[in-house]
Design a protein around this ligand. Sequence first.
Ligand SMILES: C[S@@+](CC[C@H](N)C(=O)[O-])C[C@H]1O[C@@H](n2cnc3c(N)ncnc32)[C@H](O)[C@@H]1O
Length: 275
Amino acid sequence: MLTKESFILLRDFIYEKTGIFFAENKTYLMESRLTNRLSEHGFSTYEDYYYFLKYGGEKSKSEMLSLFDAVTTNETSFFRNPPQLDAFKMIMQKHYFDGKGAGTQLRIWSAASSTGEEAYTLVIILLDMMEKLKRNISFTVVATDISPKVLESARKAVFGSYSVRNIDEAIRKKYFVEEGGVFKLKDIVKKHVKFDFMNLMDANAYRMYRQMDVIFCRNVLIYFDDKMKKKVIDNMYECLKLPGFLTIGHAESLHNLSRAFKPLVFPGTTTYQKG
Ligand SMILES: C[S@@+](CC[C@H](N)C(=O)[O-])C[C@H]1O[C@@H](n2cnc3c(N)ncnc32)[C@H](O)[C@@H]1O
């Protein structure tokens, strides 16, 4: 059983390493997330596990990655929240197909990408726009996450029916090969995305993701407290070019977190612009 003392030790440790904050009413959730970690190492108490994480030297370094896998929630799907994707299309059309950005190398970052559906959706949208508009633009997408397990799965790009449920059938047939009940993404989409480990808590790591045109950072801020949210948003601001566009989760808001971004209102959604 997870005692109150061990809960607090682990909660503070997890927060310090990931920014993920388990509120007091999430004790049971933490207990169920970590129970496998304890049994894998043969610990009988959560306190033992905590001391191992904190003082276990080299061994605890690799355990840290399993801890990240265990404490993260990785729910995602293709074409999640269509109004946000329609807004993305409008921005692409205005700034990068027709506007000043046309002819430049477009750089997109899917931060907290989970198993890759978000990043691959953006690629499919761009490929489709290019075909319809009979125009080529040059773009790269980098997708990052703190969980090695989801990154491994993202690179494989093989998806179950739940993940592809919102994809228009014509698009699905065009970009996936269905085989034995799973959907394998074609290379024409896969080749545009590079997956990297990146912890949004690590201020130094943002240096690798500068000069972005577009950042999608959806459905991850909800796991952070306000201090961490603010840190992430300030860092994202620095990572964007001018003009640069930030999309956060549908249920998330920059209210009280940043005044630097300009809200752009689209049907059913708000996107944020730098400058
Ligand atoms: C619910 S998923 C969101 C996936 C996708 N962005 C979407 O909206 O469909 C949240 C992701 O955030 C990642 N995450 C949580 N804390 C993180 C951190 N400190 N740094 C980077 N990624 C983190 C999790 O591993 C998880 O894959």
